[in-house]
Design a protein around this ligand. Sequence first.
Ligand code: FE2
Length: 92
Amino acid sequence: MEHLIGQLTCRLVDFFGTDARRIEHALLVLHHSLNLCREQTNIDRDIIIAAALLHDVAIRPAEAAHGYNTGKLQEIYGPDEAEKILHAMAFP
Ligand SMILES: [Fe+2]
């Protein structure tokens, strides 16, 4: 689990570059997500980690294409962006 968190965090830092606010936000979401599922047994923590860290990766492409981002644009751009990152690290 720690290896996945480290690997994904490095990818997230590469993705967001100097945008520390978004990186910190993703790490805070990860922290809360892992706390929420701490007592759960039937849960795939790798999915929780990936979802928590990558949940906002659509913001950059949405802003690049439209000059702004919304929840709907994140729904549109998010899956492809997350997939690119996850494929690059051979996430199953
Ligand atoms: Fe968010």
